[in-house]
Design a binder for this molecule. Sequence first.
Ligand code: SF4
Ligand code: SF4
Length: 353
Amino acid sequence: MLKQIQDIFLGGNNQEDAKAPSLDAMLEPMDKHMDNFAEFVPPAPESKPRTPFDSGLSRNEVGLANLSLQQKMKVVPNAVPLFLNMQRGARLYDGKFKATKTHATPEFLDELEQMAKDHGAKDIAYVKVPNNAIFKDKGIPHQYAIVFTVEMDKEPIDTSPSFDSQLEVMKGYKNMAQISMKLANHMRRHGFAAYPGTALGGLTDYPHLAELAGLGAIGYHGLLISPTEGARLRINTIYTNIENLPLADPSENEHLWVRDFCSMCRKCVRKCPVSAIYDEPEPRGDGGMQCIDHDTCRDYFTKNYGCAVCLAVCPFSQVGYDKVQERFKGNPDAPQFQIEPIYLDDIQVIASD
Ligand code: SF4
Ligand code: SF4
């Protein structure tokens, strides 16, 4: 793992035509930990594959692989705990944990939420994971999930695309990985199954889950917009066997007006440096919304420190959710997009010999 961090951020093979290090290859062994489960919750036939990170660019073209010494010194304290906690989280998928409880008291959940917030989480909610939110060819150990967000500071994000902005994004990932490990260990100590979703990559579509959990709504840039953080947030999950979580009713999500505003705004569409954001989201075969052309985004994103222009310019990130809502007079002609959750009846059982 440390070798991979070195390759990605600290300059491994510096030959001019060397291929950029592969984040997808690094995530692959973490996904493989699901092979330790004889039973798991499968994706729906409609599920889409996870969007790949790799762009096929050479190392010389990748912003993060060509940092100054000073920049590398700032990256290391974030990248190392991020990847170590991701690896620790993946090890929890060894298939050995035996839960002793399936129902949590309200006091336990209050305590868990407080613990998450004390460690830097902003918002937290619960969802029954629809099978179409599980990526194609993946699976999850349990169908319930805790979904939480961490906020990224406005000042560095406003400089996107820049090293400072990417560093802030990396801090967000690092915080999420640390919080999910702390919560998962706490839940396990109390007898509940808990499996952190990887901060980067993951087995499920996090914005999709966060919207269903009622934390906000997905904007035209494809990112979650929440009342507390606008679009300056990152999302993570913990899959659990707790069956009595206080689930939100997705049909009563009070934030869906955000997309009515988007259809009048489209600032992210205009400001995307490579026009990767669609004028209007396109309904997807898996019941979700396709908002951007990932192939077009990916090269610019990889060359330019993870870009993030779309989330920086979003009025919800700039002036905040409440002010946008206060000024918005409604848009009855806005096209309506609903994310359709699909629940299959069964779990998948891998036959053992
Ligand atoms: S910039 Fe405008 S259109 Fe884009 S997500 Fe934000 S509010 Fe919606
Ligand atoms: S990250 Fe950058 S390139 Fe990608 S969609 Fe957003 S603004 Fe466009």
